[in-house]
Ligand binder design. Structure first.
Ligand code: MEV
Length: 307
């Protein structure tokens, strides 16, 4: 049995979403595939499933309550530590493969289990990455349910209502700094700032407003306004302490040929995303500034069983 799930690209709202603010994210055409086959003991890519790099896979195995041990193979096109949802894609694909043995996949169940896995491994988290890897396409997270609700996930006093969002056909250029940064400590850093500084709390709320304005701008294809909001979002995230000089360098390199550019994902390294209608030119300037650049497209397919 095998299943695959997509990586993700956060357009607006990372970090703020952990506090329950709105966020907009799309699945991208880089996927993780996970193969499982009964075996006499648990194995991951031939080795021990207890190795730290398989911690998401191991937790997913525990959640799926598999009846017999499996040999698991993980193949992922999503670069890890790049802010593109590699752990969420692998977690969701693992759950998809294990649940797939028993029958059809139930997306809300997989989304909830994958969120729990991410929360247990990473510490504080939102369900944005894992729900996007499960549902595919574009997702809008809101506090309250509205039309196009997919599912609701709650934790402590927070609630996330995950909605299907419709975006125009767009291409994005990713600029990967090549600096891998763990999400958990960055999320903890922002929480600490918000608890100590009312200005930081106001920045988180502004990111929430930017998300809704950014979605409206993208829907009416006002790319100039969407790009301006991306630039502002990048500045706010940097003020919250999740920037990096290399992210600023790549953003500055991308902007002359783009509508806007911002860090995407947890930050601290990882990647930027640029909104541009000159993708080759933008990719070239990102490369000249020392980043790895590639073009991604939204992927409408979420977790799916492989034939
Ligand atoms: C990481 O891809 C997105 C964050 O908002 C964390 C989360 O939502 O769990 C930084």
């Amino acid at each position: 049995m095998a299943a695959s799930a997509p990586g993700k690209l956060i357009l607006f709202g990372e970090h703020a979403v952990v506090f329950g603010e709105p966020a907009l994210c799309t699945a991208i055409n880089l996927r993780a595939e996970v193969f499982v086959r009964p075996y006499k003991e648990w194995r991951a890519d031939g080795g021990s499933i207890d190795e730290p790099r398989y911690r998401y896979v191991k937790r997913a195995v525990e959640k799926a309550k598999a009846r017999e041990p499996m040999w698991i193979e993980v193949r992922s096109m999503v670069p890890s530590g790049a802010g593109l949802g590699s752990s969420a894609a692998v977690t969701v694909a693992t759950l998809g493969a294990l649940h797939g043995i028993a029958g059809a996949l139930d997306a809300p169940t997989i989304a909830r289990e994958a969120f729990e896995v991410e929360h247990e491994v990473q510490g504080r988290a939102s369900p944005l990455d894992t729900s996007t890897a499960t549902a595919g396409g574009a997702l809008l997270v809101l506090r309250e349910p509205r039309e196009d609700l997919l599912w609701t996930i709650e934790r402590d006093t927070r609630r996330w209502c995950l909605h299907r969002a419709r975006l125009p056909d767009l291409e994005f250029v990713i600029g990967n700094t090549g600096i891998s940064a763990a999400t958990g400590p960055l999320v903890a850093k922002v929480k600490d700032r918000v608890e100590r500084d009312p200005h930081a709390a106001e920045k988180v709320r502004e990111i929430g407003r930017i998300t809704l304005d950014g979605l409206a701008a993208l829907r009416r294809r006002d790319l100039v306004e969407a790009g301006r909001l991306m630039d502002r979002d990048h500045a706010l995230l940097t003020d919250l302490g999740v920037g990096h000089p290399m992210l600023d360098r790549l953003v500055a390199a991308a902007r002359p040929s783009s509508y806007g550019a911002k860090l995407t994902g947890a930050g601290g390294g990882g990647s930027i995303v640029a909104l541009t209608d000159r993708p080759e030119e933008t990719a070239e300037t990102i490369r000249a500034a020392g980043g790895k650049a590639f073009v991604v497209r939204p992927d409408s397919v979420g977790v799916t069983k492989q034939p």
